[in-house]
Design a protein around this ligand. Structure first.
Ligand code: PLP
Length: 393
């Protein structure tokens, strides 16, 4: 059989068979509307409560603080827009970073049009914010800080606990987009002083179209969808029961297997990183060498177009990405790679590989073999490479 390697787990993951199995009865036999009064519907209601409890426990919070949404983007939009509007009488300044997902960046731009002032702080060459930059950006009218837990392109992990502390000391709300980190890294919203947190089912083996926003008790936030009393009236609409059940199951599995997954993926990741850096010249690793998601690898290959590389990898049965899925297809280099200081031409030659716990060293050897020949082939066709080699030989 032809080789097939799905190495784009930051874009989405396969829904785990156990998750699908847990969901199925809620499409067929147990289809009652959770808001109805008869006993037939109470099983839907219980299934939602159960998932909410699993998720709350995973973050060290109460089930009442978990609000189901239709995904990470929705949670990010809700957190930013509806706390900004609720606290506008206190101040109109928001701080975020230059490397956020577009669900945060574009919401920030929208809020600027509504009259809010948004500061986008920089990151260092490894894609990590400097706490001093954050401290210096804080003003008397700052109402909200939003910093992602871990980056979706280069995997860099932010100093979340320190950011939470800083926000708390200054009486500012702290939101984190934890879509990439949730289920991959331990998170404790109490210990880390996180006031709001966004997560999504399909990035951790759950279904697409389901997410949640954790909202600390006592925070003012406007309702996202007006209608029925679902999600304590804050996000109306009949619940996505199968999606919620599947998300709960995926979280249960992710938490139970977290430590062994971190260990295995880190080994596989480091094997690929070390070997590629050693065997392919003019290559750099983007993101921090160790303080990064266990499943994330991001390289830049000089003298190469990332898009051509993706097409050739695809022909070898390898699915990877050249940046975030949303920017593929456009010719702008990734805002994250530019923020860590890469020149345009280097940013264009970048490749993101995101593995899962099932990938093996043999899989990585296959990737390295293919990468070597693809990079060699593309460079042999590059006038820039030819020019460089002539001048430097
Ligand atoms: C995927 C992703 C999102 C968007 O989540 P959806 O559920 O696809 O809307 C937001 N933030 C980050 C960091 C992501 O990786």
């Amino acid at each position: 059989m032809e080789k097939f390697l799905y190495l784009d787990n930051a874009a989405t993951t396969a829904t785990k068979p156990e998750v699908v199995e847990a969901m199925l009865p809620y499409f067929t036999e147990k289809y009652g509307n959770p808001s109805s009064v008869y006993r037939f519907s109470s099983q839907s209601k219980e299934a939602i409560n159960n998932a909410r409890k699993i998720i709350a426990d995973s973050l060290n919070t109460e089930a009442a603080n978990i609000y189901f949404t239709a995904g990470g983007s929705e949670s990010d939009n809700w957190a930013l827009k509806e706390t900004a509007r609720a606290y506008a009488n206190k101040g109109k300044h928001i701080i975020t970073t230059k490397i956020e997902h577009h669900a945060i960046l574009h919401t920030g731009e929208f809020l600027q049009k509504e009259g809010f002032d948004v500061t986008y702080i920089n990151v260092d060459e490894n894609g990590i914010i400097k706490l001093d930059d954050l401290r210096n950006a804080i003003r008397p009218d700052t109402i909200l800080i939003s910093v992602m837990f871990a980056n979706n392109e280069i995997g860099s992990i932010q100093p979340i606990k320190e950011i939470g502390e800083l926000a708390k000391q200054n009486g500012i709300l702290f939101h984190t987009d934890a879509v990439q980190a949730y289920g991959q890294l331990p998170i404790d919203v109490e210990e880390m002083n996180i006031d709001m947190l966004s997560a999504s089912g399909h990035k951790l083996g759950g279904p697409k179209g389901i997410g949640f926003l954790y909202i600390r008790k006592g925070i003012k936030i406007l309702n996202l969808i007006h209608g029925g009393g679902q999600e304590r009236s804050r996000r109306a609409g009949t619940e996505n029961v199968p999606g919620i059940v599947g998300f709960g199951k995926a979280v249960e599995i992710a938490i139970a297997t977290m430590n062994e997954r971190i260990e295995k993926e880190t080994k596989t990741r480091d094997y690929l990183i070390d070997k590629v850096l050693k065997e392919i010249p003019f290559t750099r690793l983007n993101g921090h060498r160790t303080n990064r998601l266990p499943n994330n690898i991001n390289f830049s290959f000089q003298f190469i177009e990332g898009e051509s590389m993706l097409i050739m990898l695809d022909m070898a049965g390898i699915c990877a990405s050249s940046g975030s899925a949303c920017t593929s297809g456009s010719l702008d280099p990734s805002h994250v790679l530019l923020a860590i200081g890469l020149p345009h031409e280097i940013a264009h030659g970048s490749l993101r590989i995101t593995i899962n716990e099932e990938h093996t060293i043999e899989d990585m050897d296959y990737v390295i073999e293919k990468l070597k020949s693809i990079v060699e082939r593309l460079r042999s066709m590059s006038p820039l490479y030819e020019d460089y080699m002539r001048k430097n030989s």
